[in-house]
Design a protein around this ligand. Structure first.
Ligand SMILES: [Zn+2]
Length: 286
């Protein structure tokens, strides 16, 4: 189901007031039903500049006519059907004013405990931080980042790490094709093109969720799902499932830990404490 949350006036005023330093927007985070995992993607406009040619250009910063900005964003909470998004109006696109949609994105990032994006570390997080800063928003509350591109790069040897290609190998529906002309139309304020852009954007987050779910069991530095709430049960550190089977060991150069296999996501995890007795530990030399 698609869901386009335009901020209502009250919500927007709260964010605006927060921007102006008048109120603290976020209510204290409750330690229940955590973590909130947000999958998101942003589409940006290219910067406009003067160039002397098309091949191997080194553009002088004085030749930048206007810098890049955000055209649209889309997001969804993990395992929830709703897709949220926001997109510039034609007028906003012409005046290159993304302040309103950056405000609505800020609200979701501020709420999230974990965010997931493909190339999050080098692209999405830094890009959105830039727009937050330049539009006067403070840093969102703490969140951890899962970068599916890093996972693909570090764990596998695929001929291309682009999401499209990875998904084609995983048997996941490919991205809606778009051409450069769509970006040009968006920059001209074409409402139909902007609507197409955000649909493309929404489709991307739905697809990225499927990619993440395929990769989840493989992620070794996944934020630990167990530390976000106060439940005192043994659960998989990657997906939070209680269906874990303790069936082996993980060893380090000086220790041995019990290991489990998660029946839900396939992750292999291990206990926090060593499985060796204190006396045994004393006899381990290296
Ligand atoms: Zn799991």
């Amino acid at each position: 189901m698609q869901h386009r949350p335009r901020l209502n006036e009250e919500e927007y005023n709260v964010i605006k007031a927060y921007r102006e330093g008048l109120v603290k927007y976020s209510p204290p985070k409750e330690m229940v039903n955590k973590p909130k995992i947000l999958i998101y993607d942003i589409e940006t406009a290219p910067l406009k500049s003067f160039v002397w040619g098309l091949w191997k250009q080194n553009v002088n910063i004085d030749f930048i006519e206007s810098d890049w900005f955000c055209l649209s964003w889309a997001a969804k909470w993990l395992n929830d059907d709703d897709v949220f998004s926001d997109v510039l109006t034609g007028e906003e696109a012409i005046s290159e004013n993304d302040s309103r949609i950056i405000g609505s994105l800020w609200k979701y990032i501020d709420e999230a405990d974990i965010v997931i994006a493909h190339n999050a570390k080098k692209f999405d997080v830094k890009r959105m931080n830039t727009r937050f800063l330049l539009n006067g928003y403070p840093p969102p509350s703490f969140y951890e980042v899962i970068d599916t591109l890093s996972v693909v790069k570090n764990k596998f040897s695929m001929s291309s790490n682009r999401l499209d290609y990875v998904n084609s190998l995983l048997g996941i529906e490919r991205k809606t094709p778009t051409g450069a002309s769509l970006w040009v139309s968006c920059l001209k304020g074409d409402e139909e093109a902007l609507e197409k852009m955000v649909e493309y954007n929404e489709n991307d987050v739905v697809i990225l969720e499927q990619t993440y779910l395929k990769l989840r069991g493989w992620i070794t530095n996944h934020p630990n799902i167990n530390v976000f709430d106060n439940l005192e049960v043994e659960r998989c550190s990657n997906c939070g499932s209680e269906s874990i089977v303790w069936d082996g060991y993980k060893t380090t150069s000086t220790g041995r830990y019990k290991s489990y296999r998660c029946s839900s996501c396939g992750h292999n995890g291990h206990s926090r404490y060593s499985d060796m007795s204190t006396e045994k530990k004393k006899t381990v030399v290296r």
